[in-house]
Design a protein around this ligand. Structure first.
Ligand SMILES: Nc1ncnc2c1ncn2[C@@H]1O[C@H](COP(=O)(O)OP(=O)(O)O)[C@@H](O)[C@H]1O
Ligand SMILES: [Mg+2]
Length: 235
């Protein structure tokens, strides 16, 4: 098991957002964290990452307690966080954006991400290598954000709503790119409102509502559960 969250409670000031979230991710899995807008998906990732530390519960990463550890240290341990807002450097070229994100891997023996390997997953980035980040489309920026994070050689990738705001055709392309990442052995925890997109990519899912896990199981079990799909996912 690479990540284990146990009974996690998180608040922003006085407003309690997460009420006892438990979840786990195994190496090489893609696990979906689903639910409508505002249920606590981003807060869960921020809690894991140490950006909004939980006030109760535990986060274990590679069997180590990282609860409340500052985000830069969590990142150094090999957790790559791709936030919703696609933080690329608009004034740097695609290639420069990737170059500055380069970081050696934490675990010895794990494969090392190079420009060539990132370009192999996202060919569009190779074509636009010299373009400024600020001049990319939304889909291209999303791919660059993921590519940047890969250059840091994470052992676990936290993806927050990668499909958000992208046109259907772009989402389909992104789905294939992430599928390829998965085949390369990257472990992913994927937050999505777009359940269709996430279900196509994931091995298992957690469905949240009001800061609690309401369903957990395989994608097949979720597909078969009409009540959960309709009630929590609108599918
Ligand atoms: N910085 C914040 N301060 C106070 N409340 C917040 C903050 N960020 C998010 N929230 C609230 O927390 C709840 C969960 O938000 P979030 O984790 O972003 O949900 P999701 O990612 O599932 O859409 C929402 O009700 C949202 O309004
Ligand atoms: Mg969110």
């Amino acid at each position: 098991m690479i990540l284990e969250v146990r009974d996690m409670y998180t608040s922003y000031g006085l407003s309690q957002i997460l009420f006892g979230i438990s979840l786990h991710v195994y190496e090489r899995e893609c696990v979906a964290l689903l639910g409508r807008n505002g249920v606590g998906k981003t807060t869960t990732l921020r809690s894991i990452m140490g950006l909004t530390p939980p006030h109760q519960g535990q986060v274990r990463y590679k069997a180590r307690d990282i609860t409340g550890m500052p985000a830069y240290r969590v990142a150094r341990l090999g957790v790559g966080f791709v936030p919703e807002d696609r933080r690329i450097f608009p004034g740097l070229t695609v290639r420069e954006n990737l170059d500055v994100a380069r970081k050696p891997p934490v675990s010895t023996g794990s494969m090392v991400w190079t420009l060539e390997r990132v370009y192999a997953i996202f060919p569009v980035l190779a074509r636009l290598e010299a373009r400024k980040g600020g001049h990319l489309s939304g889909g291209e920026q999303q791919m660059l954000t993921i590519g940047r994070t890969l250059m840091g050689n994470p052992d676990l990738l936290l993806l927050d709503e990668p499909s958000e705001g992208l046109a259907p055709l772009v989402v389909r392309d992104l789905e294939q790119r992430i599928q390829q990442l998965k085949e390369e052995g990257v472990t992913i925890l994927l937050c999505e409102q777009n359940a269709k997109f996430a279900l196509a990519l994931s091995d298992r899912a957690y469905v949240l509502e009001k800061g609690q896990v309401r369903f957990t199981g395989t994608i097949a079990a979720l597909q078969a559960n009409t009540a959960v799909r309709q009630h929590y996912l609108g599918l």
